[in-house]
Design a protein around this ligand. Structure first.
Ligand code: DGJ
Length: 696
């Protein structure tokens, strides 16, 4: 059971989840000071030995007096760490001095309100719990209660203090387009370790706004403490981990102050994005379990969060921009034959959109290539029992488009500088509410008119000139989320895919809005083995989208690609109009077999028993969340002769005294499978296997 309590004698707030405690106090001079974060302890009495020191007035003491672990660090006297808030008041004063004012506790939420000692500025610190999940979502609301504007120069979501351990190792996920979510690790030294993004409207190609810290770097996949923080924001972010000269470790995270200030008018408020923090006492696997539970049970779009994902056929890999009524109708036939359930026309369906040079912004069907509109397409899909979906890129415009000719002032630009293009496109100023509303209008109409069951939202360039507005990057993302929130509410049955040139927006800011997340534009199977490991550490694997998870890249055999396709949201990128009968038959059998185990694999935790980054093979266990069935995938790459003697793989998370039935009908206890393990045979490069065990 979770609980949130305030012990008025000790002046101690205590948040309890299943296996985690989090505590902070009010100091004698009214400051909110962190006390504890870590494994669960019974009650507030456990901190009695620490409170006197933490609550003492910092004016008493020598040069170390400023070193309190503040719960929301501002520029108080002698505080030199990375701060969470820097307001600039009308008289030029540039700091906040926040003290406790009042608090409010409800079943799953705590709000502690702080006020500035002099100015009419208030900060509400929010702590939200999700059942007894070992995760707290923190955000801040800054309120200007005065009658003059205040400029916010730094506005982070939270300061998070870690418990004193000798040293911490950092784990974070970084990469580039086509190589997203690579796992990186290093020890934290006495320094600021900064993850940040300046690209404006997406970050995840290069840097995931997520960090994990484990003491001394000793935690493994299934042992030891791990603390983590995930920022729910898709734009410019800053996540700073800092080890001070006292050895204290803290995280401050939120929107980036790079090229950004927010003017808060009288009576105005600003709500920061959320920073989710969580704790595992059993290694990195448990982090994934917590994050999956959070997505499945709390934040992914309801009620679809628990549904299986349909098998998709997407036109992008076989035909790119060359989509026409005849090839699409042919593909629909074949897609239905192989057992696909959703047909998607990707980029290229608008007028003049025969390549990347034109057409973005003119969201009507091309009358030349689709002379009868989409009617024959939707009819063909529905007759064959296929759902129908479309690709869009609403934030963008090609200079060669009717939209740009009509509204050249709609794009983000500096008036005195050239408008720099990337992929021949410019970015619409979505921070403008009129442009947000325009996008909502045409997207609603598109979904209604073409009876769409699925919409893929793409985004294929970064910001460059940011225009004169100082808060553009924040307002842009706020309006982006507003559009997605509207679409979800207005079209609750439609499946939405979050695509940003592949995995550019694979982040927790977008999770509440998207049923699928394009993992990467890179569909090369030997790379997907590595990409999916990073992705599935953080995100529910069934959301792993993309246009061709069963890839057309024939550098590996088809069974290998099919097995990989089963590990995420299955989609087929092979040209079915050119495929051999044998390939078509293999795909047909694969989708049929997959449908039998899909519900199990798509409501599962994933344990990476062997990583392709460390071994010439990858072994992944997909354990259904009730722990009653599991699937075991194995993929070989770069195997030398002597690598064929694989070790036995010990399963994780099973019910020790339950019996699990192997594909050959033999029965094994959970204890046996977790301790003696399972033998896997891989015969050489790009061999793969899948076995499925069910309870009984
Ligand atoms: C990038 C996406 O990631 C691809 O899947 C595809 O939709 C192209 N854009 C289309 O231009």
């Amino acid at each position: 059971m979770n609980s949130i309590t305030y012990d008025s004698v000790r002046k101690l707030f205590l948040l309890q989840t299943a296996r985690m405690s989090y505590a902070f106090t009010i100091s004698s001079n009214g400051k909110l000071v962190h006390v504890y974060w870590g494994a669960k302890v019974p009650d507030s009495g456990c901190f009695d030995g620490m409170l006197a020191g933490l609550q003492a007035d910092t004016a008493v003491g020598g040069v170390n007096a400023g070193s309190r672990p503040y719960e929301y660090r501002t520029q108080d006297p002698f505080v030199y760490g990375d701060i969470a808030l820097l307001p600039i008041f009308a008289d030029g004063v540039r700091n906040a001095r926040l003290v406790y004012d009042h608090h409010d506790i409800s079943e799953h939420a705590l709000v502690v309100s702080l006020r500035d000692e002099h100015y009419a500025l208030a900060v509400d610190l929010h702590y939200d719990l999700f059942g007894d999940l070992d995760l707290i979502s923190r955000h801040a609301v800054i309120r200007n209660n005065g009658d003059t504007a205040v400029t916010l120069d730094v506005i982070r979501s939270a300061t998070v203090n870690l418990p004193p351990r000798q040293d911490y190792r950092i784990t974070h996920f970084a990469g580039n387009w086509g190589a997203e979510l690579g796992r990186n690790q290093c020890m934290l030294t006495q320094a600021q370790f900064l993850l940040e993004n300046h690209r404006g409207t997406c970050a995840a190609h290069q840097q995931q706004p997520f960090i994990a810290l484990d003491p001394r770097g000793e935690s493994t996949q299934n042992c030891g403490e791990v603390f983590f923080a995930a920022l729910c924001w898709s734009g410019n972010f800053k996540l700073c981990v800092e080890k001070s000269y006292y050895g204290d470790v803290s995280i401050s995270a939120g929107v980036n102050d790079f090229d950004c200030q927010v003017d808060l008018p009288a009576a105005g408020t600003f709500t920061t994005p959320a920073l989710a923090i969580g704790f595992s006492d059993t290694g990195f696997d448990r982090i994934s379990e917590i994050l999956y539970d959070w997505q499945f049970d709390w934040i992914s779009p309801r009620p679809k969060a628990h549904d299986v994902r349909p098998i998709i056929y997407n036109s992008w890999y076989p035909y790119e921009f060359d989509v026409r009524e005849d090839n699409i109708l042919g593909l629909i036939d074949k897609a239905a034959h192989i057992g696909a359930e959703l047909f998607v026309i990707d980029d290229g369906w608008m007028p003049k959109r025969v390549n990347e040079k034109a057409g973005l912004g003119d969201w009507v069907v091309d009358p030349q290539r689709f002379p009868r509109g989409f009617t024959p397409i939707t009819e063909a899909c529905h007759q064959r029992g296929l759902l129908f979906g479309l690709w869009v890129e609403p934030e963008m415009v090609n200079p060669d488009s009717d939209l740009y000719r009509a509204h050249p002032d709609w794009v983000i630009a500096d008036p005195t500088r050239p408008r720099s293009e990337q992929r021949r496109q410019l970015v619409l100023d979505l921070s403008r509410d009129d442009i947000r509303d325009w996008a909502i209008d045409w997207l609603d109409k598109l979904i209604d008119d073409y009876q769409l069951d699925y919409l893929k939202w793409d985004m294929n360039r970064y910001l460059s000139e940011n225009g004169p507005k100082r808060d553009l990057s924040i307002r842009f993302i706020q309006n982006l989320y507003a559009i997605w929130a509207h679409l979800n509410e207005r079209h609750p049955k439609v499946l939405f895919e979050n695509c940003a040139s592949g995995g550019g927006r694979a982040d927790f800011g977008m999770v509440p809005y998207a049923d699928r997340i394009n993992r990467s534009d890179n569909a090369r199977p030997s790379d997907v083995m590595i990409l999916h490991e990073g992705f599935s550490t953080l995100f529910v694997p069934k959301t792993a989208g993309g246009a061709g998870n069963i890839s057309s890249d024939a550098s590996t055999p088809l069974p290998f690609r099919i097995h990989l396709g089963m590990t995420g949201s299955m989609s087929v990128g092979i040209n079915l109009l050119k495929a051999t009968d044998e390939t078509i038959e293999q795909l047909r059998q694969a989708t049929a077999a997959f449908k039998l185990v899909r519900a199990d694999l798509q409501n599962a935790y994933v344990y990476h028993l062997a990583s392709a980054t460390e071994k010439p093979y990858a072994v992944w266990q997909y354990l259904r969340r009730d722990r009653k069935t599991f699937g075991l995938f194995a993929f070989a790459h770069g195997m030398r002769h002597w690598d064929r003697n694989l070790p036995r793989f010990r399963m994780r998370g099973l019910i020790a005294d339950a019996l699990y039935c192997a594909p050959d009908g033999s029965r094994h206890s959970g204890a046996e499978l977790m301790n003696v393990g399972i033998a896997i045979t891989l015969k050489g490069d790009y061999d793969s296997s899948f076995t499925f065990y069910k309870e009984g």
